[in-house]
Design a protein around this ligand. Structure first.
Ligand code: PLP
Length: 345
């Protein structure tokens, strides 16, 4: 159990998890979150409720095991990486290597499908209701009628997770258009798959020193749906990597920033926290950050021109897997002083 007695007093600010002054202890990497969301202790999320408890808890254990501070759980996490994961595919639980959809599925043939991505904290999926509801919204937006209820899908997620190694995991719920004899007309028989895999870890430097993003022209079609079409994302992420950036932000034809390929974008402008609201995927993390920020800063959900973004005092991106990442460079422009600012440190 990490104790907070030595930590600095809480101060307002959106602090990402990071490592303080090269100190490599887990406690040091938690300190910023403690300061961000108040003095929450590290009781299990399910006992405490409320997004602030969850967020401080989320990064309190940055490893994949439920408690990586203990040797045997670290070992468990390593073993889990060697073990096969179990997926749920259309009624069956199968080893990941055997998980297949027939090739005439409209998801494969026409990119007709959507998904949601969630993660665990101490073995429990967090914000599962928000994610399952968004899956239904996505399906509705693409005209895919799901024959399951929200509860059935949530229960299937829990059951799939139960059959997987007991480490921190990511969960993808994928629904596709299903079979189609003429290869384009849906038959009203969507397929579902639930994929569990060990949670990815990201370089601590992203959080401590900030990261770089690029901007690219694009508007996602049907932006409110988490559709399975990430072709543009794959292309621009390759470009981002070549340029030493971790993400690419889409800028629409009017010059407004919409979102990242797999993240939402925020900026501090003259003390106001600004984030686009129109034509984006409404990220679950974005929603939680907005709820928390509302108590601390003026918040404006409005357009951000690319020119405004690069001139902002602070920029950060949010997503379920990476949480909050401070951005210190957008294309060739340095944000603020080139280091995570006082509110996104
Ligand atoms: C296009 C897009 N926008 C935003 C997000 C962030 O959403 P969330 O916070 O729910 O992960 C994602 C996540 O993958 C995404 O794909």
């Amino acid at each position: 159990m990490i104790r907070w007695g030595w930590a600095e007093p809480p101060a307002d600010g959106l602090h990402a998890p990071g490592r303080a002054g090269g100190d490599r202890t887990a406690a040091a990497s938690c300190r910023f979150w403690y300061r961000l969301f108040g003095p929450n202790s590290l009781e299990p999320v399910e006992d405490r409720g409320g997004p602030s408890a969850m967020y401080s808890g989320l990064v309190s254990y940055p490893g994949r095991a439920y408690n990586p501070g203990r040797g045997h759980t670290r070992r468990k996490a390593r073993q889990a990486h060697r073990m096969a994961n179990v997926y749920y595919v259309d009624g069956n639980f199968v080893p990941d290597a055997e998980a297949v959809f027939p090739i005439n599925d409209l998801g494969l043939l026409r990119g007709y499908g959507c998904f949601d991505f969630m993660r665990t904290y101490r073995g429990k999926v967090i914000f599962i209701k928000d994610h399952v509801q968004r899956l239904f919204r996505s399906a509705h937006e693409i005209g895919l009628e799901l024959p399951w209820t929200e509860t059935e899908i949530a229960d299937l997620v829990q059951e799939t997770l139960r059959r997987n190694p007991p480490v921190e995991s990511s969960v993808r719920v994928l629904v596709t258009g299903g079979p189609s004899p003429d290869f384009i007309t849906p038959q009203g028989k969507p397929r579902i798959a639930i994929m569990v895999s060990p949670l990815s870890q990201y370089p601590p430097g992203w959080y401590a020193e900030g990261a770089r993003i690029i901007t690219v022209p694009y508007s996602r079609p049907i932006p409110g749906a988490k559709s399975i079409d990430y072709i543009r994302a794959i292309l621009v992420l390759a470009e981002a990597r070549r340029k030493g950036a971790i993400e690419a932000a889409y800028v629409d034809a009017t010059g407004s920033v919409r979102e990242g390929t797999t993240s939402n974008v925020f900026a501090f402008q003259d003390g106001t926290l600004v984030t686009p609201d129109r034509d984006i995927l409404h990220g679950i993390t974005r929603g939680k950050v907005l709820a928390l920020a509302d108590e601390r800063f003026p918040v404006a959900k409005r357009e951000i021109l690319r020119a405004e973004l690069v001139a902002a005092d602070e920029v950060f991106i949010t997503s379920s897997n990476r949480l909050i990442v401070p951005i210190v460079r957008v294309d060739e422009d340095v944000i603020g002083a080139g280091a995570p600012g006082p509110r996104t440190r």
